[in-house]
Design a protein around this ligand. Sequence first.
Ligand code: NAP
Length: 363
Amino acid sequence: MRPACAPLAAVELQSGDLMPPIGFGTCCRPSASGSELVASTLAFLQQGGRLIDTAQMYGNHREIAEAIRASRVDRSELWLTSKVNTRVVKSRGAALRSINTSLGELDLPFINLMLVHSSWGLTSQQLLDVWRALIQARDEGMVRNIGVSNLVRHQIEQLEQESGVRPAVNEIEFHPWVPNSTFQLVEWCTSRGIAVTAYGSLGGSANSLGSSSEVSSLAKRHNVSNAQVLLRWSLQQGVAVIPGASSTEHIIENLHLPRFCLSQAESDGLIRSPMPRSFTRWYNLESEWGPLTRAWQYMTFSSIVLDISIVAALAVCVMLAIRHRKHKQLQRADPLAMQDANFTSEDPAELELTSRPGASSEE
Ligand SMILES: NC(=O)c1ccc[n+]([C@@H]2O[C@H](COP(=O)([O-])OP(=O)(O)OC[C@H]3O[C@@H](n4cnc5c(N)ncnc54)[C@H](OP(=O)(O)O)[C@@H]3O)[C@@H](O)[C@H]2O)c1
């Protein structure tokens, strides 16, 4: 176990590569795309930050490439983590092609760390196929290290047993309010030499860290900010962090943590305190799935079926709305004729009223 107050150290992966302990997250907030992302990523690099966490799913590789080019940081100093989009990539060939595309978008000769984004919607065979693609990509030099995200112990064990390759990293949601099973997962990963990276350390983009009185009182006691308390807490558990931030002020705060440390009692007190109401819980780990999440997981298994159903349902709604509107218009125009009307066509343009001769005058 890392001594609580040790200075920030790089995380040594199984390959011997050193991964920076504090990175920059590029997902899930309004500023995580376009020119705002270019500006914030550039600010992070200019402030001395070196690890950027992105993913194929975030759709922002090109903006990140632009920021890297503008920063003029040497490739050898930079750490780029990305993830295979397992919502759409479910085979070995597709995974290899997607990595190739990512390299082009990022304008980089290699990616430092490529992760399987999640097991959602994948059979265990598909998960293994994607993992085998990552092994091949590493062997061919497209990526330097390979790992997983949102996987639990039995899934990691299975990948290792079937492929003979242990993931270098598991990126998961981690903060003081995750369930006990996540703490056990972190301990198990660490004991196997699998580095853990935390996402959601600050509660996601809807957070309001000030709403936790426990975090605020620790921040006051150590003369640091609320965010710095949470980031330090994670690092003291031996878990790297990748906070997302829009403003340069936040970026500086997150990157340059003052040299303070939380005592064991303070750390335990944080875990026991209520989770700030505004915190986002992702429930991405299989062990945390409740019945609703399982139902959703089942549906995403056949995502094409789901997509088709959604499009069909929307089309029916639109058709019904048009019919209803036309019907109302006709009713307003000639309410008596409507009572006796037969619709001879589905097409509103061809809509025709065939009334009995003299029907309207009789009534
Ligand atoms: N592997 C996965 O499945 C997965 C899932 C989710 C996220 N991630 C990765 O993890 C990264 C971080 O996780 P996250 O997006 O859940 O967000 P987070 O890092 O927990 O929180 C980001 C939010 O914290 C705010 N913030 C940042 N620094 C702050 C500071 N010093 N003081 C106060 N507020 C501060 C930011 O506000 P401002 O924007 O206003 O600065 C932003 O809204 C993502 O960007 C992504 O790269 C991975």
